[in-house]
Design a protein around this ligand. Structure first.
Ligand code: A3P
Length: 320
């Protein structure tokens, strides 16, 4: 099942032999690299990213664990920092014809994928990037420069349900769907891409409390509840605050609408297009609700995950 591994460098293949290994959620095995679970191809690009990336002070890195609102955050950040280049109400706005993952590339799936070493110096400033890599494993140059990091988190119950749906949608037809119960047990043990989820969250959370000018920690649920204040916070943090005039002209509402689940899901590019790793974009838009987990988890599972969350996040000041 791990045919992908044949394409890896010798160095990476040797490294894999020394790493803890678990059955993954899909076809690939997951390996524990620097304390988090990921696929062989991801490890190869992460090593290259760690070795080569040179952050510039104006960069903005958008970080998340999968299925916690990455696509939404990328759309919002792109709309905000590029609003002078691309007016929000422009009928040719790039967000109307491109998926956010094509406008804000992932380090591990795009920029450093397939042994590439692209020239990033020509990208327009500020450069926007995405990543699922935990804070501790980001290259030093990101940690040491003045570039900024925005993290989006989501309650683990919804993130789990979203992940389970997603994984079954993107799996090859030839393999059987993964049962919710099996996925759930793995999730609670921390075995999920870039997990354990609690360590992922805590790494960014702690850094955001120590260095609030460096890391902005957002929550999907807060954004759903009050997108306007989150947008203001996000714009200010990235160094692109809205002027009074812009606010009076309704720019915040316009950005919120452009990037809303309802608007994005119905765009042609997101109904029939493909982006990262040939995934069909439509799989990135499911329900976009808070609390959908109540429709899936048994009382016993709710109790079990509540316990994990309390045990791992209790005392950190982070709650959902
Ligand atoms: P659900 O599966 O609960 O619907 P990611 O972008 O990190 O892959 O996360 C995917 C989740 O975000 C999915 O959640 C998806 O529906 C939701 N989502 C995608 N675009 C969104 C948007 N513009 N606004 C709010 N939620 C969005």
């Amino acid at each position: 099942t791990d045919g992908e591994e044949e394409k890896l460098s010798q160095e990476c293949k040797e490294l894999l032999l020394s790493l803890p290994k678990e059955k993954g959620w899909r076809t690939h095995h997951l390996y524990k690299y620097q304390g988090f679970w990921c696929q062989p191809r991801e490890i190869q690009s992460i090593i290259s990213f760690q070795k080569h990336f040179q952050a510039s002070d104006t960069d903005v890195v958008l970080a998340s664990i999968p299925k916690s609102g990455t696509t939404w955050l990328k759309a919002l950040a792109f709309a905000i920092v590029n609003r002078k280049r691309f007016a929000i109400s422009n009928i040719n706005h790039p967000l109307l014809t491109s998926n956010p993952h094509d406008l804000v590339p992932f380090f591990e799936y795009k920029i450093y994928a397939n042994n590439q070493l692209p020239d990033l110096s020509k990208l327009p400033e500020p450069r926007l990037f995405g990543t699922h890599i935990p804070f501790a494993s980001l290259p030093n140059s990101i940690k040491k420069s003045s570039c900024r990091v925005v993290y989006i988190s989501r309650n683990p119950f919804d993130t789990f349900i979203s992940s389970w749906h997603f994984i079954n949608k993107i799996k090859p037809r030839s393999i059987a769907p993964m049962s919710l119960d099996e996925a759930f047990e793995m999730y609670c043990k921390g075995v999920i891409g870039f997990g354990p989820f609690w360590e992922h969250m805590l790494g960014y959370w702690k850094e955001s409390t120590d260095r609030p000018h460096k890391i902005l920690f957002l929550k999907y649920e807060d954004m759903k509840e009050d997108i306007s204040s989150c947008l203001k916070k996000l714009a200010e943090f990235m160094g692109f605050p809205f002027s009074l005039e812009e606010e009076r002209g309704g720019i915040i509402e316009k950005i919120a609408k452009l990037c809303s689940f309802e608007n994005m899901k119905d765009l042609e590019v997101n109904k029939s297009g493909k982006s990262i790793k040939n995934f069909e974009n439509k799989n990135l838009f499911r329900k976009g609700d808070v609390g959908d987990w109540v429709n899936y988890l048994s009382p016993r599972q709710v109790e079990q995950l509540t316990k994990v969350v309390e045990e791992k996040l209790g005392g950190s000041g982070l709650s959902f």
